[in-house]
Design a protein around this ligand. Sequence first.
Ligand code: ATP
Ligand code: MG
Length: 351
Amino acid sequence: MARRIADALRDIAVLVASAAPPEDVFAEISAQAARVCGVSAAAVVRFTEPGAEVAGRWGDVDAFPAGTAFPLGAGGALTLVRDTGLPARFDEYERTDVDMHGLREGAATPVVVEGEVWGALILAAFGGERLPSDAEERLTEFAQLASLALASADARERLLESRERLVRTADAERKRLERNLHDGAQQRLVAARLALRMVRNQLDAPELDAISDELGLALEELRELARGLHPAALSRGLYAAVGALATRSPVPVEYDVVEGRLPEAVEIAAYYVIAESITNAVKHANATSIRVTVTAGDELALSVADDGIGGASFEGSGLVGLRDRVEALRGRLRVSSPPGAGTTISAELPL
Ligand SMILES: Nc1ncnc2c1ncn2[C@@H]1O[C@H](COP(=O)(O)OP(=O)(O)OP(=O)(O)O)[C@@H](O)[C@H]1O
Ligand SMILES: [Mg+2]
C-alpha cells in the first residue's frame, strides 16, 4: 500500500511540475486514488455554494464528466462529507429520486485546503461492483498525502481564472472608454469643425483655417487614442480588423484570416498579437513583406511572419504583454526569430 501510494504521488508530482491544466491534475489524482484503493471509478469534487462540481474524474463510465455541477441533497457520501467534514460511505443511491447513472456505492473523504473543507475525493462503484471494506481508510490516507497536489492544482486554477477575469474586465473597460470617446469628444470635435467651416465660408477670415486644421489634428489624435484602446474595426470581426491593419501598414501585409465571429476575448487577444507583431516587423525587422494567417479549429491558431533580420526577444514590453494576454486565456505564444531568417510569432488560443 505504502509503495503504491508513493508511486501514485510521484506520477501526480510529475504532472503538477509540468504545469498541466488543473483539470488533468484532478483527473490524475482520481485515477491514482482509484488504483490505490482498487476500484474502477473515482473523482475529485469541489464544493460550491449550492452543491458540488466535478473538478476531475477517472473511470470507465460516461456519467459525471468534469464540470458537472449538482446539488447536494439529503444523504449521499458527498453530502455527509460536506456536513460533517469526516469520511463517509453511502450505499443507497439506488433508492434516491435522482438519476445516478447506475451508481451503487460511494466512499468519500474530505479534501482540506487552507484549513477549509474545499471538496472531497470520492470512490464510486457502478453496476455490480462493490467497494472494498476498507475503502474510506485507504482513501483518507491517500487524500492526506495528495493534499499538497490538490491544493496546488486548486491554486493554479484560481490563478488562471483570476488572470482571465483581469483581462476580460480590462478589455470591457477599454471598450467602454472607446465608446465614450467616440460618442462624446470625437462627435463634438467633428461638429465644431463643421460649424467652423460654415462660418469660414461666410467670413473672410483666413486665420480660421489654422484653427480648423488644429481641430483636425486633435480629432486624428483622439481617433488614434481610441483605436489603441479598442479597435472599432473589431466590431465587424477579426477579418475586417486585420484588413484595416494591413491597409495602414507601410510594409505590405498579405493575410489569410478565418471569416465569421469568434468569442470576443479571443478576437481581441488575436487582434493585439497581430497588431503588435506587424508594428514590430515595421519598426525593427527591416522587412519587405509580412504574412498573417489565422485558422480556427479546436483552437484559434495564428501566425505573423516577416522576412526581416530576426532577433526578436522578450526584452521589450510588447512581446511580454502579448504573452501575458495569450496565457491569461490559457493559450500559448511562441517566438521564432533566428538572426537573418525573419521572425514568426505564433499563438494558439482555446476556443
Ligand atoms: N519582427 C521583429 N524583427 C526583428 N526584431 C524584433 C522583431 N520584433 C521584436 N524585435 C526585437 O525584440 C525586441 C522586443 O520587442 P517588443 O515588442 O517586446 O518591444 P519593443 O517593440 O522594443 O517595444 P514596445 O513594443 O514595448 O513598444 C525589440 O526591441 C526588437 O529588438
Ligand atoms: Mg513592440
